[in-house]
Design a binder for this molecule. Sequence first.
Ligand code: SF4
Length: 342
Amino acid sequence: MDSTFLSPKVAAPDSGFEAALQKARRGEIDLDSAVALFEGAVRKERMLRLFAEASKVRDENLGRTLALSAHIHMVTSCEVSPACKYCSLSSEIASIQDERAKLPKESLIEAVQYATTRGVQSIVLVGGTNAKGSDAEVREVVETVRSVSDVELGLDVGPSLSEETIHWLKGRNAGTVYCSIETSDPALFRRAKPGDSLEGRIRFDRMLERHGMHHGNVVMNGLGSARDLLSSILFLQSFRHLTYLYISTFRPVRGTPYAKKRPASLTTSLKALAIARFVFPKVHLGLAEVEVEDPGSAARTSSQLTAGGGNTFAGILIYRNRRVDYLDQIRREAREAGFSAE
Ligand code: SF4
């Protein structure tokens, strides 16, 4: 983000934007006011006002200390067929597909040891979706991690776990389960994820609710309009145990069915993030870190903090053929923005 972007000017009067901002501050945000905020913030000074108000809400509810985590991909294979059109797994290019290949056990152990040595507070184990269930495989993965570390764990393997395994995970300091909807619009979901089921994902997320499990979700900017994105964010209001929400920004991956689709706008993601802050004052919000599809995505610390994001970011991302570590950069940028990072 350049410095001119960070120099607020006096906003011109805009009763629609201001009224929506007042509503948002009172926690009364609906789709119309979310859209009014998004459209009103097309001018830089209003966008900065939106970001500043969202940051106030973040500070009041979560404070200014960041928690840093590591994401380890892929602990289970993905059985979704055909693969989602934006995912590296749908690429015709073998080396790109291989970016999301399953990690061997020794590499998983090395990854956990690396991340814990670097001082992360939690690790999210990311894998694929298997409609037939991945219970045995996931339990084995968790036992493998537990043989070397008692670090707090999250699991992100889609709707692939039974209620028994959810209960089992709780007893192993693995209290957060992600199951991303990407979009709440059935037609957009079907178009991007023809081998997957939105209904199945929502059903699974409701099951997590019943178990009082911390729940993580991701919505993707770029599958439909900005209104669709905001609508997907508002849809998640019905999940009282939503603890983590990240917004991914679509980037075309070579060899995939979406290779020629236009990349989504990062500014749109940041505006949606700021609006989400009014909807979810206490939820950990940020831009999704997906290094193989969107390189550098974990390094957007200062822009996320400016937009009201926080307070958990992934600073280490490990894939079968790639490891990136942004912890030092995140800690530095956090300090410069007046945050501390644990
Ligand atoms: S479910 Fe996830 S890992 Fe599987 S194809 Fe879709 S995006 Fe890729």
